[in-house]
Design a protein around this ligand. Structure first.
Ligand code: DLL
Length: 429
């Protein structure tokens, strides 16, 4: 089942659509956005030099700093009277990135999300409880309009209010819930505390996204909730949720390439990597009117797989994002990603899927502290467990944490609204 025929179009057909849309978009960007006109002029290029997506490599990247420099709406290509909605990125530092949409942009976004829902195994008869936050964050309204586009039923509950969420799931028999992966696990805990066996509810799909989720974390969600967990990806600068999603094969996220053109580059050199190699995802919008974006450096690390998927969709697949280039932790010369800590921690049945990483600097030396919760009914030896986890972390990270703290179940704060924070870097404070 697909939502529309572009999902199974041949690669040649897709390329034709991409090139046609790109030419129009480049022209619009050049004529209406100072930033792009200056960029083209500085490179000695004109819009006619970009005829095909292959020509994109002639252009420099657009970065989050560019968004900041043109804050709030300097990157917009249309007048405010044509903008029907504003959202903003959920950056934790500095000014947010303000993004705008024309009515056509919202229509395209809704279609992209509707495709996602069908890929996740949902249809017009289904009920989706949308637990992403409504407001400037794109998750809430983005998912919402996609459910309506599909003709399914949306419950616009938003983030938080977890007991109410559980009751709604039970009373309305929702087929799916959309939320962050960390919230899905928290929901399971609250449901258990309330005496519900969440696995007995009709809920069958969790559409999780907005933050990284490792395979062990996905398994935990699927087991605890008795569901299929499907990863949805997106970012405000490009559209919001719905840039890509896993189909039921759960083997990579299909990028809707007729709307968003992907490249993967080496994060250090900016050069394209070989097909299938990991690098930083760079995205170009192909149909956005209010905010056309050329070669945006997402900071997200992934790889692309152009093999045909079992599901029949021809759209390229990207790997789940388990890290951003700026998430890289460098401690005493050793590099690793928080997701590597997560994968190790979740290998242990005695440990709950909640952890935090604290980095401090003492006497000019960086120190790493990992805090992990043991499961509710843990009755083993803490010393023995500590020894085993430390050994495994040392092997995988090639680095032994300065401190591994095992705490009782429930001691690490849960995030009810918004994205979970797992890494606390106290250096420079
Ligand atoms: O998080 C959009 C979204 C909402 C996606 C709901 C999925 C579901 P921003 O707040 O602009 O937009 O944050 C975008 O979040 O660059 C990634 O680093 C991260 N991110 C988003 N989806 C995933 C995912 C929304 N599935 C930033 N896996 C992106 C890992 C993700 N990271």
């Amino acid at each position: 089942m697909v939502f529309d025929s572009m999902e199974t179009a041949s690669r040649d057909e897709l390329r034709e659509v991409q090139d046609e849309r790109l030419q129009e978009m480049v022209q619009t960007a050049y004529e209406n956005v100072d930033y792009y006109r200056e960029m083209f002029d500085a490179e000695g290029l004109t819009p006619e030099d970009v005829q095909s997506v292959e020509d994109l490599s002639k252009l420099p990247f657009t970065t989050k700093e560019d968004f900041r420099d043109y804050y709030p709406t300097g990157m917009f290509a249309v007048d405010m009277e044509d903008v029907v909605r504003i959202h903003a990125s959920s950056g934790t530092t500095g000014k947010p990135k303000i993004v705008g949409y024309t009515q056509d942009d919202l229509d395209v976004w809704s279609k992209a999300v509707a495709r996602c829902l069908v890929a996740a195994g949902l249809g017009p008869d289904d009920v989706v409880q949308n637990a992403y936050g409504y407001g400037l964050f794109t998750g809430g309204l983005g998912l919402h309009q996609g459910v309506e586009e599909l003709g399914a039923t949306v419950i616009p509950i938003g983030g938080g209010n977890t007991q109410r969420q559980v009751e709604m799931l039970a009373d309305l028999g929702s087929d799916a819930i959309s939320c962050t992966p960390s919230y899905a696990l928290y929901l399971a805990e609250v449901a258990e505390d309330m005496g519900y066996d969440i696995k007995d509810l009709p809920l069958r799909v969790v559409i999780f996204g907005a933050e990284p989720c490792t395979e062990p974390m996905r398994n935990e969600i699927e087991e605890r909730l008795g569901v299929t967990g499907v990863d949805i990806y997106g970012l405000s600068e490009i559209v919001g949720p719905g840039v890509s999603i896993e189909c039921q094969e759960q083997d990579g996220l299909h990028i809707w390439e007729d709307y968003f053109y992907p490249e993967v580059v080496d994060p250090n050199t900016g050069e394209p990597v070989e097909e299938g190699e990991e690098g930083e995802l760079v995205l170009t919008t192909l149909s956005k009117q209010a905010l056309p974006v050329l070669r945006y450096r997402t900071g997200d690390l992934t790889r692309l797989n152009y093999d045909t998927c079992e599901c029949g969709r021809t759209a390229v697949r990207m790997d789940n994002i388990t890290g951003r280039s700026d998430d890289l932790i460098i401690i005493r010369g050793v590099n690793f990603y928080p997701s590597e800590v997560e994968s190790v921690v979740l290998e242990f049945d005695e440990v709950a899927p909640h952890y935090r990483i604290d980095i401090t600097r003492e006497d000019n030396l960086d120190k790493l502290k990992v805090t992990v919760e043991v499961v509710d009914d843990f009755d083993g030896s803490i010393t023995d467990l500590k020894g085993r986890i430390t050994k495994r972390l040392s092997n995988v990270l090639s680095f032994t944490p300065d401190e591994l703290n095992l705490v009782e179940y429930g001691n690490i704060a849960r995030t009810e609204v918004g994205k979970v924070q797992r890494v606390y870097d106290h250096r420079g404070q």
